[in-house]
Design a protein around this ligand. Structure first.
Ligand code: DAH
Length: 339
């Protein structure tokens, strides 16, 4: 066998085995290995063939060179085909991911709309010198009723209305008014506090009631405080909160712990087909002297006023929401609208 024949045979063998190796490569890594083995710059089959080409006798070189170039083109083409095949195969795997899907944003909570209302109200009253006071949700009967001048047989204390705790004298507070007493026991007048918090009643869960709801209590005690201060302050609040044009109703009411007692309402249209109507947003009044005396405050020297608001109702009127349950059943799709 002449040396050119041996060269051409070696070229054919290289073409066959390289083609088979490229074909067999199952993934990109195997294909890269095969390419290095057959086509690499150094130490590859192709490099070996090139060396062999260099050592052929001069007259054989043109024919051997043509074959070498042709082989190189064929192998490059075979490699490209294999590369496309491997890429397509790996794409099948990544296709199980939908790359057109929007990126998943980090989930972020937000301030509950009822808390937003409390914060907003607290901002308005903060400018008037009020600070925040808190009290326990499991409360003593005396703070919840007795100290607040409820007569011993008042219907609010009935099992139908109050959730009693399985310990004598304890209950889930039915309002935030007990914080009035707790504050007056701790701090000497003048006192101006706002007490937000959850309260509990044995109520059905319907469009306007919830067995747990939020209240916001206000209390201002000082020397020479009158009903005019109460009315002026609450009018100021309503105008700040709803805007100057809001129709406000201020009328008489009754609570055991205030005398006289009043209630305040705003006109709303909750877009529920019932049209415009008055919605009570708070009860209020001059603190009953008996309440001051229970706290050890001299009712001859000091007087004051108090209110209890329903921030969820205020949020209903603010956001035109006809059903109070939406605020309390924690549906994120609803709550997200108040970010
Ligand atoms: N505690 C009352 C209730 O839950 C609301 C209330 C009315 C609070 C008048 C007050 C007030 O401080 O002065 O119905």
């Amino acid at each position: 066998m002449s040396s050119i024949e041996a060269f051409l045979a070696r070229a054919d063998e290289l073409e066959r085995s390289a083609a088979a190796a490229f074909d067999a490569a199952a993934d990109a890594a195997a294909l890269t290995d095969a390419r290095n083995r057959f086509l690499g710059r150094t130490n590859s089959e192709r490099a070996g063939l090139k060396d062999a080409l260099g050592s052929l006798p001069g007259p054989d070189k043109p024919a051997a060179g043509r074959r070498y170039n042709e082989l190189q083109q064929r192998l490059d083409a075979l490699f490209e085909t294999a590369e496309a095949r491997v890429a397509a195969a790996s794409r099948t795997i990544s296709d199980t991911l939908d790359r057109t899907m929007p990126a998943r944003a980090t989930w972020q909570g937000s301030v509950h709309p009822v808390i937003q209302v409390i914060n907003e109200i607290a901002d308005i009253f903060r400018e008037l010198g009020f600070t925040i006071a808190l009290g326990p949700e499991v409360e003593h009967e005396w703070y919840n009723f007795g100290a607040l001048n409820f007569p011993a047989d008042h219907p609010a204390m009935d099992l139908h209305d109050t959730l009693y705790v399985n310990r004598p004298g304890l209950l889930m507070r039915t309002h935030t008014s007990p914080v009035q007493m707790r504050t007056l026991q701790r701090y000497a007048p003048p006192v101006r506090v706002l007490a937000p918090g959850n309260v509990y009643r044995r109520d059905f869960f319907d469009a306007t009631h919830a067995p747990m709801f939020t209240q916001l209590e206000g209390l201002a005690i000082d020397e020479g405080v009158s009903f005019a201060d109460l009315k002026a302050t609450l009018m100021h609040f309503v105008k700040r909160f709803y805007g100057p044009g809001v129709p406000v109703r201020f009328g008489p009411s009754y609570f055991p712990f205030t005398e006289p007692s009043a209630q305040m309402g705003v006109q709303v249209d909750l877009n529920d087909g019932r049209g415009k109507r008055w919605m009570e947003i708070m009860g209020c009044g001059l603190v009953h002297p008996a309440v001051l005396e229970s706290a050890g405050v001299d009712s001859e020297r000091y007087s004051g006023w108090a209110f209890g608001m329903g921030p969820a109702r205020i949020a209903m009127s603010r956001h035109v929401i006809p059903d109070i349950r939406l605020f309390y059943d924690s549906d994120v799709r609803f709550l997200e609208q108040f970010r």
